[in-house]
Design a protein around this ligand. Sequence first.
Ligand SMILES: [Zn+2]
Length: 121
Amino acid sequence: MTRQGKRGQRETPVFDIVPILEEFGAEIPHRGSGTWLKMKCPFHEDSAPSATVSFQANRFHCWVGCTDRAEDAIGLLMLYGDQSDFQSALAEAERITGTSGIPVRGERKRSSGVFGRSWNF
Ligand SMILES: [Zn+2]
């Protein structure tokens, strides 16, 4: 795994939740009109959809306890990824999505430091 050092990043980047959930074997529901869509939870034996996902908020929540709250991609990886620390989850999210996250809307504190970045597709 090649990863450029990205220390000093203050904000948590937002990652698309869909490829993260797919990595865990989830069936992604069709994008509907609702904000929160029901889906089967990939983190427990789920016969009936007992989890919800929001593509808008990029968050996932399992109502029977796999998550305490609606988690984002990093939160899910910290709970269910290979390692539970933040930096590992961040690296895993970058690997899975092939991006360095979706820029947080609003103020941009850091200019996009994409120079010399290697994309390993
Ligand atoms: Zn669950």
